[in-house]
Ligand binder design. Sequence first.
Ligand code: ACO
Length: 430
Amino acid sequence: MPKDSLTITDNRTGQSYEVPIENGTIKAIDLRKIKTDEKDFGLMTYDPAYTNTASCKSRVTYIDGDAGILNYRGYPIEQLAEQGTFLDTAYLLLNGELPSQAQATEWTYDITHHTMVHENIKELLDGFRYDAHPMGMLMSTVAALSTFYPEAKDVRDKATRRTQILRLIAKIPTLAAFSYRHLMGLPYAYPDNDLGYCANFLQMMFRMARGYQPSPVLERALEVLFILHADHEQNCSTSAMRGVGSSEADPYSSTAAAIAALYGPLHGGANEMVLRMLKEIGSKDAIPAFIREVKTSGGEVRLMGFGHRVYKNYDPRAKIIKRMADQVFEVTGRNPLLDIALELERIALEDEYFVKRKLYPNVDFYSGLIYQAMGFPVDMFPVLFAIPRTAGWLAQWEEMLEDKDQKIARPRQVYLGAARRDYVPLASRG
Ligand code: ACO
């Protein structure tokens, strides 16, 4: 019978150790017993950027990067995008099961009735410069919510946690839309409880003096984009959420940290960068020269919206978005940058550089084109990512708090700096 264990021989000492294997992993702490002598600290693993380290056990989201599979709580993303709503998906991520009809009604009612924000938030936003990036405003206002709800600190109390989860999912579209209105110099538009989650967000964004009737096609497209972005297991921003949350910070502060992580151009800022890249390329004729630049830049110039740490195949979310683009463009008119994007994808997928490195379009390659056609300015793209991802962050945050294996996150290091030395007073330093 094969044993679920690993035998390690330390060639420094000739000693052998047996380490159990569970769920395809060994516990890094089990390596600590591998020592050259009693004084030795013991062996550690070195894994910058956590490319091969599981930081938690999770039951929320499953990804098979080689096969291009993404499931939330076991449900394939394609089925959720085809048949689900964003709020059902958020409920599923948080509770493990799709809501019954009664639960869905209650959940939708509760979210709808928490969409207002304290009036002081408007004053906070007014303090930002006229051209402040909305992601900076979103991050700050989400962090500020912790000061309005000090009871949120009680993260060990499930009922308190659940109230903050409702508030965050409900208020984040309001904060996002308010940030946009500040950027545009428009009066803030209040939530409308008669509308669904996405329609309400669209009206808070785009309503002018005579009200706003969102196109059902655009409302559904936003719903699908929100479903696709709701969770993606242990990515950079989710790890930030779990990392900050592990110190038992309140969920508003932890979510603000996750938004900060999402802001980076290698993560949620990528769809913004895709649009800027397509604009810079400017025409189909310029694509070969751009691809040459990417290939010869030694990794400095990247084809934004391509490549993924986990997917080494076509990102299943990108497939869904690409299909949906046609429906959206029927309503909004075709985004002229789409032709450049399609040609760029075609050329890249045939190019040995991208094939060899398994670089395929990720979720961000086409999402920005749709957002732009819907009327969202480029600065809003990462904000549009943060709204639905809040549900995933909160599901992962709560799972972390309930996980008996978890403690405050505190990685080790390999110290390679100076050995102990004596302080030299300034006058003696030359
Ligand atoms: N364009 C050109 N080359 C690339 C790209 C790209 N987009 N992505 C990776 N490569 C190359 C790297 O230069 C490297 O080449 P090398 O082996 O010759 O050095 C190789 O492919 C492996 O790249 P890594 O950086 O090691 O891959 P990693 O897993 O660390 O990075 C990442 C993943 C950050 C997403 C990367 O592919 C990238 O920068 N993509 C562009 C930004 C982007 O679209 N981000 C969105 C990701 S999805 C999301 O966050 C929602």
